[in-house]
Ligand binder design. Structure first.
Ligand code: C2O
Ligand code: CU
Length: 462
């Protein structure tokens, strides 16, 4: 139940409402992984950078069939990588060339409620919105996607999503793979079904408990491979699916090293054998290939399906070994003094999903709090007859986990995060501060649940 990427029927006994659309083996031969282009700034000064991002319609060729109608940012499917660095002031011109309302949400960014692009900030067809924010967070792989009220899932499914890379001085000095497309690759993992006309048919495939597709698309590529020419390879994974959870591992049960979660590097590389991601979550892993022969095909797998083939060629040593320390971070501890405490209970399924018994109401503020105030929130996925995973996401902040079911989080989850996977019965305590003011959403990142109203609003004032 925890892994609906599995193509074997699930054997766990608890009743599960997880929709079970099985992934299919690709019929198309291996294709070179698409690399989203790095967006060129419109203008750049010492302190400021200016970008334009346009949501638009297009057509994409994913397979040998007819073109598929899709949506994209500055292109026909997905979007470019926007690179910003800590300390910079970023100006983004958001253009809506679609024929429906959209918003531009900066998932994981520490940003004011006004610029964050929640459902209360719609941009109408033909309209433009300008936002500006100063980058005040550490190096991380963030992303952006639409968030219009009730229409998020459909717009993401049709192709709207892109990556936002934050860099900082400290991480630029680290000896880790960081050459885009050479030893540092983004992997946006999504599942989509092609109908008999080779189209995405969101309405037809819609499921209130999460729309699942039959084919894996990685950066929009079916059955992708990369040529590997260095000993160490960094993979920046984003679960950009509407609802599918993945358990990633390497072929041969090879060890991989997790170096980052959603919002920051970890203190040190953590050796792992498998990695779970739910919708909205990111993780960066490094693979050491130095002991493998030229010509080896190393595979990243999820639920028995090939996610990526790494074709190992003759390799050069880009780095000798991973650094012992990636980032200095103090241990997380419960704040003392004045603390605002909240409790959120996620429950239900299908169109009954709710938070604390309520559905999203744009005219209701669920939580009032202050900028800079210490926060401890308890998030619980209530165990019920029917159980589902709910990925919980909070806008405008990066938080850290205090406890998971009363225990300290594992080392691999001790960095900054904006999304957590709650299995049925899980209870997390997270701590953070709102650095900015405005109205922010918190919600389940199963996009169908979000659209069904599994979302609330927090208003942060000075
Ligand atoms: Cu990535 Cu409110 O979402
Ligand atoms: Cu949910």
């Amino acid at each position: 139940m925890g892994d609906n990427s599995s193509n074997k029927s699930n054997s766990k006994s608890m009743m599960s409402s997880e929709p079970n659309v099985l992934l299919k083996e690709p019929t198309i031969s291996k294709q070179k992984l698409n690399l989203p282009p790095i967006l060129k700034p419109d203008k750049q000064t010492k302190t400021d950078v200016y970008y334009t991002i346009t949501a638009q319609q297009g057509e994409s060729n994913f397979n040998n069939g007819p073109a598929t109608k899709t949506l994209g940012y500055n292109g026909s499917f997905l979007g470019p990588v926007i690179q910003i660095s800590r300390g910079q002031t970023v100006h983004i011109k958001e253009v809506n060339d679609l024929n429906e309302n959209t918003t531009f949400h900066w998932h994981g960014a520490i940003i004011s409620g006004k610029a964050d692009g929640g459902p209360h900030e719609p941009v109408k067809p033909g309209d433009t919105k300008n936002i500006k924010f100063k980058v005040q967070q550490p190096a991380a792989t963030l992303w952006f996607h639409p968030h219009p009220n009730g229409e998020t899932a459909k717009q993401v499914y049709e192709g709207l999503a892109g990556l936002l890379y934050v860099t900082d001085k400290q991480s630029s000095k680290l000896s880790i793979p960081k050459t885009y497309g050479v030893d540092d690759f983004p992997l946006i993992v999504q599942d989509r079904t092609f109908d008999s006309n080779n189209q995405f048919n969101y309405k037809k495939d819609y499921n209130a408990d999460g729309t699942l597709g039959k084919n894996l698309l990685i950066n929009g590529t079916l059955n992708p491979y990369i040529n590997v020419s260095t000993n160490f390879v960094r993979l920046r994974l984003l679960d950009g699916s509407n609802a599918r959870n993945y358990n990633f591992r390497l072929s041969g049960n090879r060890t991989m090293y997790k170096i980052a979660g959603d919002g920051s590097l970890l203190t040190k590389p953590v050796a792992i054998k498998k990695l779970q991601l739910s919708p909205g979550e990111r993780a960066e892993i490094v693979v050491n290939t130095s002991d493998l022969k030229d010509g080896t095909n190393l595979k990243l797998i999820a639920g028995g399906m090939n996610v990526l083939t790494m074709k190992l060629g003759e390799r050069t040593g880009n780095i000798k070994h991973l650094p012992k320390v990636l980032k200095k971070m103090s241990a997380v501890k419960a704040p003392t003094g004045k603390v605002n405490k909240e409790k959120l209970v996620l429950s239900g399924m299908g169109n009954m999903v709710n938070i604390n018994g309520k559905k999203f109401d744009p005219s209701r503020i669920d939580i009032h709090t202050k900028q800079g105030e210490q926060q401890v929130w308890t998030i619980e996925n209530k165990k019920q007859m029917m159980n589902m995973i709910h990925p919980f996401h909070l806008h405008g902040v990066q938080f850290r986990i205090l406890t998971i079911n009363g225990k300290k989080p594992p080392i691999a989850q001790r960095g900054y995060l904006d999304t957590i996977t709650l299995n049925p019965g899980d209870k997390y305590q997270i701590t953070f501060k709102f650095e900015k003011t405005g109205i922010y959403m918190y919600h389940c990142h199963n996009l169908e649940h979000e659209d069904e109203g599994m979302m609330g609003q927090v208003k942060v004032i000075k």
